[in-house]
Design a protein around this ligand. Structure first.
Ligand code: HEM
Length: 408
C-alpha cells in the first residue's frame, strides 16, 4: 500500500499551528487519515503511537539521520555549516557501535544513583528560584516565568551537571536558544546563522574553561578531560559534549518547566501526585514534537511500503495524542497508566537526561504548590514558537491574585 497524502491545507496547519488546541486538532485529523502518511517532499509522517514506537525501537531497520544523510537531503552547503557539522557529531546523529561507545562514556552521569546524588542540589535550585520568582512578581506586578523561572532553573542545573560556575547560566541558556534551531525542520537562514555563531562561541568558551581550569572536579567536564587524552582531542570532546548537553537538555527543560507552570495555573489535577502531574504535562505539551529516522532498507510500517533511504518524521507529539494509545487524548488527566508517552523517545536514543528533566519538573510542582500557588498566568494565550518540531512557550507572564499579595 502506498502512503495517503494529507492535503496541503492540513500540512500548512501542522507547520504553523500556534496554540495547543489548534495543534491538537491537526493531530486529530492526521490520526483520522492513517498512522503513516506521505508528504510532497517524499518523506513520510509517522503519527500513530505504535508505528512511532516501532521505528524508534528497531535500529536494524531505522537509523538516525547522519552527516551523509544531511548532505544528501539538504545539500553540501547546509551540511558544511558549523552548527550542522557540530550537532552531527553528537549522539543525536550517530548510529551503531560509534553511538553505543560514546553513549557509554556519558552513562555514569545519568544512572539512578547519580540522579539520587543530584537531588538535593536540584531541590535547592528549584526552591530558591521559585521563591525569587514569587518575590519578583510581588515586587514588579508581572514577571515572565520563562525568563525568570524556567531559564534560571534549567541553566543552573546544567551548570551544576557540567561542573561550571552557576554564573554561566545566562550564557548557557542563550547558547541553548540559538543552537536548538538546528533541530527544527527546514530552519530559516537567520536562525542557522545564530546557531553557527553559537558554535564559535562554544569553541571559545571550552578553550577558556580548559585553559583556566574553571570547572569543578566532580562535574561532567572534568570527567571528560580525564577520560580524553589531551590537547586538541580533549578540547574537541568537551565541545562535542557541551553542544550535545546544551542542545539536548536546556531548551527542552525550559519548555517543560514553563508548560508545567501553565498547567499548574490553568489545568485540573492540582492535588495529584507531582510525578503523575508532570508525566501528563510531558505527554500534553512535549518540548520536541518530532525526531527523524532513515530507512536502512525497503520496509513496511502499518501496511505502508517505504523505500530504503526514505526520511521518516516520527511525530512523537502526535503519538502522544493518539486515541488508540490514550483514551480521550484531548483531556488533561494526570495518573494515566495505560501507555507511556514518547516525549523522551524510545529505543537506543532514549533521552539520557529523562530522569533529570522529570526531577526538575517534579520539584517545581512541589515548590510551586508550597510557595507560589497564588500566582496566575496574566496572558490569555501566551505566545509559542510555531515550528513543527518546537512549540515552546516564548513567554509566560505571571501575576499574583489578591490573596497571595495579602499573604506575602
Ligand atoms: C523535558 C526535557 C527533555 C526532553 C523532552 C528530551 C527529549 C529527548 C528526545 C526526544 C531525545 C531522543 C532523540 C531521538 O530519538 O532521536 C533525547 C535525547 C537525548 N537527551 Fe533529552 N530531553 C530532555 C532533557 C534532557 C536533559 C536535561 C538532558 C541532559 C542533561 C538530555 C540529554 C539527552 C541526550 C544526551 C540525548 C541523546 C541520546 C542518544 O542519542 O543516545 N535531555 N532527549
Amino acid at each position: 500500500m502506498t502512503a495517503v497524502l494529507p492535503d496541503r491545507a492540513l500540512l500548512r496547519d501542522w507547520r504553523t499551528a500556534s496554540t495547543l488546541p489548534a495543534l491538537a486538532e491537526v493531530y486529530r485529523q492526521l490520526h483520522g487519515l492513517a498512522p503513516v502518511l506521505g508528504t510532497p517532499w517524499q518523506a513520510v509522517l509517522v503519527t500513530g503511537h505504535a508505528a512511532c514506537r516501532e521505528l524508534l525501537t528497531d535500529p536494524g531497520t531505522w537509523r538516525v539521520p547522519d552527516a551523509a544523510d544531511f548532505q544528501r537531503l539538504c545539500g553540501q552547503a547546509e551540511a558544511d555549516r558549523p552548527a550542522r557539522h557540530g550537532v552531527n557529531q553528537t549522539l543525536f546523529h550517530l548510529n551503531g557501535t560509534e553511538h553505543t561507545a560514546r553513549r557509554r562514556v556519558l552513562a555514569p552521569f545519568f544512572t539512578p544513583r547519580a540522579l539520587a546524588a543530584r537531588t538535593a542540589v536540584v531541590d535547592n535550585v528549584v526552591r530558591a528560584t521559585v521563591r525569587d520568582f514569587a518575590d519578583r512578581v510581588v515586587g514588579e506586578g508581572v514577571a515572565d516565568a520563562v525568563e525568570h523561572l524556567a531559564g534560571p532553573i534549567a541553566g543552573t542545573v546544567m551548570c551544576s551537571l557540567l561542573g561550571v560556575s552557576p554564573r554561566d547560566q545566562d550564557f548557557i541558556t542563550r547558547m541553548a536558544a540559538d543552537l536548538s534551531f538546528v533541530e527544527e525542520l527546514a530552519p530559516r537562514p537567520s536562525h542557522l546563522a545564530r546557531a553557527d555563531a553559537a558554535i564559535t562561541e562554544l569553541y571559545d568558551y571550552a578553550g577558556r574553561l580548559i585553559r583556566t581550569r574553571a570547572y569543578r572536579p566532580d562535574g561532567l567536564l572534568a570527567y571528560l578531560l580525564n577520560w580524553a587524552d589531551s590537547g586538541q582531542e580533549a578540547h574537541d570532546e568537551v565541545v562535542r559534549v557541551l553542544v550535545l548537553m546544551i542542545t539536548a537538555g536546556v531548551s527542552t527543560s525550559i519548555s517543560v518547566l514553563a508548560s508545567t507552570v501553565l498547567a499548574l495555573c490553568r489545568l485540573p489535577g492540582l492535588d495529584s501526585p507531582p510525578a503523575e502531574f508532570v508525566d501528563e504535562c510531558l505527554r500534553w505539551d512535549p518540548p520536541a514534537h518530532m525526531v527523524g529516522r532513515i530507512a536502512e532498507r525497503d520496509t513496511t510500517v502499518a501496511g505502508v511500503q517505504i523505500a530504503e533511504g526514505t526520511l521518516a518524521h516520527v511525530l512523537i507529539g502526535a503519538a502522544n495524542r493518539d486515541p488508540a494509545a490514550f483514551a480521550e487524548p484531548e483531556v488533561f488527566s494526570p495518573g494515566r497508566t495505560q501507555t507511556r508517552s514518547l516525549t523522551f523517545s524510545a529505543g537506543p536514543h532514549y533521552c539520557l537526561g529523562a530522569g533529570l528533566a522529570r526531577l526538575q519538573a517534579i520539584q517545581l510542582v512541589s515548590a510551586w504548590r508550597e510557595g507560589a500557588a497564588g500566582l496566575t498566568v496574566a496572558e490569555e494565550e501566551p505566545p509559542r514558537m510555531t515550528g513543527p518540531n518546537f512549540r515552546h512557550l516564548r513567554r509566560l507572564p505571571c501575576s499574583a491574585d489578591h490573596r497571595f499579595l495579602i499573604g506575602s
